[in-house]
Design a protein around this ligand. Sequence first.
Ligand code: ADP
Ligand code: MG
Length: 357
Amino acid sequence: MFNPIDWLLGLFSLDIGIDLGTANTLVYVRGKGIVLNEPSWVAIDKRIPHTPLAIGAEAKAMVGKTPGYIVAIRPLRDGVISEYDITKDMLEYFIRKAHQQVFIPFPRPRVVIGVPSGVTEVEMRAVREAALEAGAREAYLIEEPIAAAIGAGLPVTEARGSMVIDIGGGTTEVGVFALGGIVVSKSLRIAGDELDEDIVQYARQKYNLAISERMAERIKINIGSAYPLPEEMTMGMRGRNLITGLPEEIEVSSIEIREAISRTIEILVNLVRDSLDETPPELISDLMETGICLAGGGGQIKGLAERVAEETHIHTWVADDSLTCVAKGAGQVLENFEFMKQTLAVDDYQNPGGSAA
Ligand code: ADP
Ligand code: MG
């Protein structure tokens, strides 16, 4: 039903694309580009669980440094909404913050939100309702791999096939696209976090060293690899010796870290091979021309493109600015909505108000 107040507020609101990632949330504003990029963390005081203390970068900074009753959590850790209320608060925070930058006090935006492919109908409805409750006047969902592909500049609306592997913190998603739709899609709840975990385990088993997840992540980003490097590297790994109880720094090499993460890398590579197995032959021949595109933060692991190319015989590259692909893709759908709405989640664009309306 037509609501004049909503219409008026809508005139002063933005069109925004949101990548609600398991590790990072990014917000794209139509006409402006990416305006926000913060960790998907929420800090709560267990004594008053329904009002978050801090969201985003501020919450992440609290991890491990606050008294026991304050906990920082990642509500989307596995790529789905595990904590509905907290996710809604998070969306509200990001929507408000994007609008504050342009001095809009009562946001009623149109939003396109990336969700992992393979989320259930119930989860989709939960995300859409959370967005509407958080102030959106229209909320649409797009599956993350197709958003990533659009953001990476792949020709998803054309007849020729293209393929993306989006490796985030909690989930890895592979998609093959043609004519604006997803032809093959696969997802796994194994991604960057798992690689960090592998490094934590390795440090413990090999050196009796207890290291933090953050230390493990730093090692992964700096010297982690999926293929022999032109020049192997080393890095100091700091932690607490489990036998002496004392702080210790050990020099580790990229060769041993590659070994430590090899099982997980193997799983990711197999996911790509399985996806190719399911891809129709006509599209395979297209992929041999367009190649395979790596997206997401995890797509930047050194040597992964070489590794995938070697195992699939298809040339593979890392998208420019791969951490921002999903947000940019959601944004591009807004920029060209009438044409691009074919890429939104099935039937979703016919139902803009969502079932909460
Ligand atoms: P999500 O979409 O789940 O929020 P992101 O696409 O933001 O995830 O990617 C986050 C993951 O990427 C984290 O596991 C992080 O450690 C990893 N990452 C970020 N930069 C790099 C890099 N240069 N090399 C390897 N991994 C990286
Ligand atoms: Mg992502």
